[in-house]
Design a binder for this molecule. Structure first.
Ligand SMILES: [Zn+2]
Length: 658
């Protein structure tokens, strides 16, 4: 048994996948044919082809299902075939029924009689085709050896058309890409590279002028923050997303004809799966909401016009843009995580650069017709790729700041929120502790957090934390005010300094963060949730623990005022009152454990069990218990709850909320 063609195919596909000017994120496909001896010892012609949605970059052999070639070629005599029927019949030819679904372009590869075939969505090829003179320009660039096929959505018909073109050296597919072939794998790769290079040189030679110099000054930082908040507020009407600023598209965004570039649509049709058929141009913070509303209305009107083409069982997609081009900035893209937003920016960088190249070499870029755009935008075969992704997590697209995040309760809350899909900002004095929590989140598969080391009782640090949050993630949805310090001493013993420390760290810092957060949440206009980690001591104070208890009681009152003032903006404010949480907490270091043990007349190591025995349920309270309650209060599941206190203390009658 030999599988050398498959090994060559994977190796070649990896090389192609490494070059984003050829394919991005699952675009394109490759194949190889060979004689293969199956599990029953039968030698037969087999074709290996890339699986639907598989990314060539880093792909492995299992991404290339094998099919019995004779059973594919036999389908060629059919007249018409729906996508569903074709998918069903292609699936029957699989060597291994448990393989991943083969590419929708499988039959295109099968009907061409070549051992190795590449199909890429190269930028340079799309630059040749995406305008009124595409056919003429392609002929001039590549010569008569290359066939030109007007846009046709991938499927049985396109496969038959391309299957008839084997006397050519390759095929250019308008608004789509390139098909090339060879008998050897290396030669096939080289052919792809050579043809794309010829296209690139032709485009460059025809370029009327290098792009004009940037027309716009940099947007000032405070204006950019306001723009992000307003943009996020506008697109967040249909669901929360993080925003990411990308300067790669600065030249396109600053281009005097940016609207014409955007009107050119996507360069290769499959880009619309991730960045929609169009991007939006946003002028300023002041116009962001109007610009997005107009985009949404236009999108809905286009869907309405094409309503009779909507496939059964499908309905309108989220009408909000994924990519905004902003003069003076570049692109601002959106997604459930920064990584998703980065993928959108990567694709947009290719799509809009192609349109700019077309504009500067051949005149106005032209998109697919509206009907063809809709048929791709709502194509079940393409939308299938989205079903391969896990469903969005509970806090996908939500941005939450957690203070005191480096240890104890704050750490536990941060891990919990990240596990639920939140983009978290970790704030603490302890920089190395923050890095540890950040690593832990990433190792567990969470979105990379932003860390802010600094003293959160300094209002300048608080403002910087909120500003960086907006610049990094695009906005703010939740704040967990958790940073705290335990200060012991009777009222006759406490120094001014000790008292001030408790007030500054536990209360004044919470005020500063409340102020800064509510300001940006109001500008953003998506509501928000503040969760104050107070204490059982707020309602059930302890002798010898006055400074702490007073500061935590003040925090509960601060929470109530925030609820009163935030309500009309949809900003909810609630508190949790934990008691005696020890795991991983630094609160008990520095003598607090010993002092509280002495106050209760027990040994320090007996403190956990002492507190557990004191509560109604007789159970220890852990960080995870507090984190669950905080997550609930941040989530839409508590959307009708504000101004309340949730006790997480095992039940302490003397501290019942009131
Ligand atoms: Zn394709």
């Amino acid at each position: 048994m030999t599988d050398s063609a498959l090994i060559e195919l994977v190796e070649r596909s990896n090389r192609i996948g490494e070059d984003p000017s050829l394919v991005v994120y699952g675009g394109g496909n490759t194949s190889a044919k060979e004689t293969f001896v199956d599990h029953l010892g039968r030698a037969q012609q087999v074709m290996w082809v890339k699986g639907s949605g598989a990314d060539m970059r880093g792909s492995v052999a299992s991404d290339y299902p094998g099919l019995r070639l004779a059973e594919l070629i036999a389908l060629r005599d059919r007249g018409e075939m729906s996508d569903e029927e074709m998918t069903d019949l292609v699936t029957r030819a699989l060597l291994d029924p448990a393989s991943r679904r083969p590419s929708i372009e499988t039959l295109l590869h099968a009907f061409l009689p070549f051992r190795h075939i590449d199909h890429v969505h190269a930028d340079a090829i799309c630059a040749l085709t995406n305008h009124a003179e595409g056919r003429t320009v392609t002929l001039a660039a590549l010569g008569e050896g290359f066939a030109y096929v007007d846009w046709l959505r991938p499927g049985f018909e396109l496969s038959k058309v391309v299957g008839e073109l084997s006397e050519y050296e390759g095929v250019v597919l308008a608004h789509h890409g390139l098909v090339t072939w060879a008998e050897e794998s290396d030669a096939c790769y080289q052919r792809t590279i050579d043809v794309v290079e010829r296209a690139r040189e032709f485009v460059a030679a025809n370029r009327i002028a290098p792009g004009p110099p940037p027309r716009h000054e940099d947007i000032p930082e405070d204006e950019l923050r306001r723009l992000l908040l307003n943009l996020r507020g506008a697109i967040g009407q249909t669901g929360h997303r993080v925003l990411r600023v990308d300067s790669r598209l600065r030249q396109v965004a600053d281009h005097p004809q940016v609207e014409e570039i955007v009107a050119g649509g996507v360069s290769s049709a499959d880009h619309m799966l991730r960045i929609k058929p169009r991007s939006v141009v946003v002028g300023s913070a002041a116009s962001a909401r109007v610009d997005v509303d107009e985009y949404r209305d236009e999108y809905l009107a286009y869907v309405e016009r094409c309503a009779d083409r909507m496939p059964e069982g499908y309905s309108v997609h989220d009408p909000m843009p994924r990519v905004a081009l902003v003069p003076g900035v570049g692109a601002i893209t959106s997604g459930g995580t920064l990584r998703d937003a980065e993928i959108a920016a990567d694709i947009a960088a290719h799509t809009h650069e192609v349109a700019r190249t077309v504009l500067e070499s051949f005149g106005s870029p032209e998109p697919l017709s509206e009907a063809d755009t809709f048929d791709f935008d709502y194509w079940p075969m393409e939308l299938y790729k989205l079903t391969l992704k896990p469903p969005p997590a509970e806090f996908s697209g939500r941005i939450v700041i957690v203070t005191g995040a480096a240890s104890g309760i704050g750490r536990g809350i941060s891990l919990e929120l990240a596990a639920r899909g939140a983009s978290v900002v970790l704030a603490d004095l302890d920089a190395s502790g923050l890095d540890e929590v950040g690593d832990q989140i990433v190792r567990a598969g969470g979105a990379e957090p932003l860390t802010m080391a600094g003293d959160q009782s300094d209002s300048a640090v608080v403002d910087a934390t909120v500003h960086r949050t907006i610049r990094h993630f695009g906005g703010l949805d939740g704040v967990v005010l958790n940073a705290g310090v335990g200060v012991t001493g009777t009222l006759t013993e406490l120094t001014d300094e000790q008292w001030q420390t408790a007030m500054n760290v536990n209360l004044t810092s919470a005020f500063a963060l409340t102020r800064a957060s509510m300001q940006v949440m109001q500008e953003q206009g998506l509501g928000g949730a503040l969760v104050y980690v107070a204490s059982k001591n707020a309602f059930g104070p302890g002798a010898g623990f006055g400074a702490y208890s007073v500061s935590k009681a003040g925090m509960v009152q601060l929470m109530r005022i925030a609820a009163l003032e935030g309500g009309k903006h949809g900003i909810r404010s609630n508190a949790v009152n934990p008691d005696a949480v020890f795991d991983n907490s630094k609160l008990w270091d520095g003598g607090l454990r010993e002092e509280r043990a002495a106050a209760h007349g027990i040994a320090p190591e007996e403190l956990e069990d002492f507190y557990a025995s004191r509560n109604i349920l007789g159970r220890r309270v852990a960080t995870a218990d507090v984190a669950q309650s905080v997550a609930f209060l941040l989530s839409d599941r508590s959307s009708r709850t504000t101004g309340s206190v949730l006790a997480v203390d095992g039940g302490v009658a003397g501290a019942f909320p009131r």
